[in-house]
Design a protein around this ligand. Sequence first.
Ligand code: ADP
Ligand code: MG
Length: 326
Amino acid sequence: DSIANQIAAGEVVQRPASVVKELLENSIDAGARNINLIVREGGKGLIQVIDDGVGMSETDARLCFERHATSKIREAADLFNIRTMGFRGEALASIAAVAEVELRTRRAVDEVGTEVNISASELVNQQPVACSIGTQIAVKNLFFNVPARRKFLKSDSVELKHIITEFQRVALAYPEVAFSLSHNGSELYRLPASGLKQRIIGLFGKTINQHLVDCSTQTSIVNIGGYIGKPEGAKKTAGEQFFFVNGRFMKNPFLHKAVLNAYNRLLPPDTYPSYFIYFDIDPQSIDVNIHPTKTEIKFEDERMIWQILHAAVRESLGKFSVVPPI
Ligand code: ADP
Ligand code: MG
C-alpha cells in the first residue's frame, strides 16, 4: 500500500510548491484568518503552515492522512457545487507518503490539542499536546524516501520561486486573510488582511498602484471584478496575469487572449499587461474537476464568458486611454 500511496502522491506532489498549495488551501477551507508559511531550503528541508482555522478533533487528526478522507464532500451531488478549495481528500495522504509530517491541531471546543507524526505513510507517534486553536503542519525532508524524485528537484532558489507563485495566487484570492512567508529565517512577505488593491501592492510593490484600473461588470451569467494594468505599465516579462474563479486561481489561455485582444494596439510591442481578474459564477456552471492540481477550470459557456470579459476590459481601457479604441 505504501507503494500505491507513493504512486498516487506523484499526481499531487510534484515539488515543494505543490505541498505549499495544498496546505494553504486547507487553511483557507478551515476558515483561517491568519496563515503563516515558513520555508527552508526552497521547501526541501521544511514547509510549515500555521493557521488559526477550526482545527481538527483527535480522531480527524489521524484520519486526515488516510486517502479520500475528506470532510468536504458528503455526497456525489456536492461535486457539482464546490465552494471549498479541496474536495478529493488526497493531498495530506499524498504528502505524508513522501515526507516526514508533524501535525499539531486543536479545535476551540477541545482543552488540549493533538500531535501526530507520520513518516512515509507510517504513523510514528500520536499524543496530546498543548497548542493554540488551529492547525500547524510541518512537512520535512520531502521525497526523502523517493531518491529519484528528490534528485529531480531544482535549486533552492528555483523551488522557492515556484513556492512564491503559489503563495501569490492564494494571497490574491483571499485578501481578507492575513498571510506571511519566510524563507531560511528571513521574512519575504507580511500581508495584513486588506482589500484587493492593498494586497496587490503588498505583493508587487507600490509602483504598480499608479497603473491599476478597475475592471468590473455584472451579468446574469457571471460577475467580473478586479483590476487591469494600464498599457504603459506593461512589462517585458509575464508573471502578473491572474484569473480567479470563485476564489480559485485559474489558468486559461483562451480567456487570456480575450484580455490581450482587448488591449490590441494599446500595448507597446512584446510587453505583457498586468491583470487581476475575478470571476464570480454559479459553481454548477463550471467544472473544476478536470485535473488533479486543479488550475484548469472548464466553463459551460466559454465563448460567452470570452465576450463578456473582452467587453469589460475594453471598457476599463476606454476610461483612461488617450489612444481611441479601434
Ligand atoms: P481535502 O482538502 O481534499 O478534503 P486533504 O487531504 O487536503 O483533502 O485534507 C483532508 C482533510 O483534513 C480535510 O478534508 C480536512 O477535514 C482536514 N484538514 C486538512 N488541513 C486542515 C487544516 N489546516 N485545518 C483543519 N482541517 C484540516
Ligand atoms: Mg485539501
